[in-house]
Design a protein around this ligand. Structure first.
Ligand code: NAD
Ligand code: FE2
Length: 385
């Protein structure tokens, strides 16, 4: 067995309705905190789902402020505006309240608000210096798992994404409250849920950092996600299915934070960056084609996962691995989300640019179980068209 290290957040609370007592939860854990900044996006703010949490913060004597300027795939200027908001109010705690976009911005606010390091200096791995403000994450999609990862993704320039990876980005507390996700529309539920499934699948075949703890979490995550994704899409108000999805996404996040994702994400990023396709959907569009490409190097892992996602699969290792791919395609079909690049406005003439951009994702491609060249990437996009 290879030597490995595993890190995650200090504490996870999984409890439907927990955010209605967020003030008390924070007062117990951060007795000094008086001025929390909640980081979210305007769409989530409009749902009103943050109000119970805010009322409890006020009851506990905390004067909160809300930064609701996050947008999907947050660009640098949004991060900087959020940091400015934290400095202006002299925030002493940061709460990411939303999907991956809001939680990623919250991480960067927590490290930059009291620091002189510019954002540009912290891209890459291990470049954050010093500490951070106390950080609490409340996911409202089941999804990215950002509440338990040490990564924040920022859109730089017109279409490229860069990551900040640092131990300081692990939160002090993640609160999984499915009551917040009951109104998540079916297509968003599907796309974000498939993103979480991709995290689990890619963690299991991560080339350099695959480890037994990530594997165990990924398997548990895939079980929860594959059993509950369709119920959560069909009956949005099913609290049990929603809590299971949140937990599945969280476990998958812990898995891939220690055994990083690979070519599915590398090929998804240009689709999202250039064509503004949501993160989960871009992953879903390239997923079966990347898995097919990886088969020669990853059949045994895929066959093991098929036992969870497609329990009736039988036959050779390759047959069972193919059953995993077919099961993932079946899930996509049943949710009704787009299944081809054409359906999201991508044409044959875009494939070269996509392949060029995907090749820039060297951090992710290095984790792929099979070496991928530009020609491979282009062929995968062509298959996904
Ligand atoms: N840090 C990580 O580990 C990590 C991992 C994967 C992806 N990401 C990043 O996360 C981002 C994607 O995050 P996401 O998929 O969670 O989406 P998101 O945060 O971009 O949100 C998408 C939309 O969902 C809406 N929404 C969120 N919660 C809702 C709710 N409960 N009810 C109704 N609407 C709701 C938001 O208003 C928004 O319009 C991308 O920037 C991606 O790069 C980060
Ligand atoms: Fe992802």
């Amino acid at each position: 067995m290879p030597a490995f290290a595993f890190s995650t957040v200090a504490q996870i609370l999984s409890e439907p309705g927990a955010t209605a007592r967020l003030g008390r939860l924070l007062a117990e854990r951060f007795p000094q905190a008086r001025r929390p900044l909640l980081v979210t996006d305007a769409g989530f703010l409009r749902t009103g789902l943050m109000e119970a949490a805010r009322a409890d913060l006020a009851r506990c004597g905390m004067a909160d402020a809300v930064f609701a300027g996050v947008v999907a795939d947050p660009p640098e200027h949004v991060v900087l505006a959020a940091v400015e908001a934290a400095r202006r109010m002299d925030a002493d705690l940061v709460i990411g309240f939303g999907g991956g976009s809001s939680m990623d911005v919250a991480k960067l606010v927590a490290v930059l608000a009291g620091s002189e390091q510019p954002l540009a200096a912290i891209y890459g791995i291990g470049n954050v210096q010093g500490g951070r403000l106390p950080l609490v994450q409340v996911p409202t999609t089941a999804g990215t798992g950002s509440e338990v990862t040490n990564i924040a993704i920022v859109t730089t320039g017109a279409s490229t994404k860069m990551g900040v990876v640092a131990p300081q980005l692990y939160a002090d507390l993640a609160v999984l409250d499915a009551a917040l996700t009951l109104g998540l529309p079916p297509k968003l539920t599907a796309a974000t849920g498939i993103d979480a499934m991709v995290h689990a699948i890619e963690a299991t075949t991560s080339r350099h950092k695959k480890n037994p703890l990530s594997d165990a979490l990924a398997r548990e995550a895939l079980g929860l996600l594959s059993r509950n994704l369709l119920p959560a899409c069909e009956r949005g108000g099913d609290l049990d299915a929603r809590q299971a999805m949140l937990l599945g996404a969280c476990l998958a996040g812990q898995a891939f934070s220690n055994a990083p994702v690979a070519a599915v994400h590398a090929l998804a990023y240009p689709v999202g960056g250039i064509f503004h396709v949501p993160h989960g959907l871009s992953n879903s569009l390239v997923l079966p084609h990347v898995l097919e490409f990886n088969l020669p190097a990853a059949a045994s892992s895929y066959a093991e996962l098929a036992a969870i996602v497609a329990p009736h699969a039988s036959g050779s290792e390759e047959a069972r691995a193919r059953a995993l791919i077919a099961a993932m395609q079946q899930i996509t079909r049943m949710t009704g989300i787009e299944a081809s690049l054409r359906q999201v406005g991508i044409a044959e003439t875009d494939l070269d640019r996509l392949a060029d951009e995907a090749m820039l994702q060297t951090r992710l491609l290095g984790n792929n179980p099979r070496e991928m060249t530009r020609e491979h990437a282009r062929a995968i996009y062509a298959a996904a068209l």
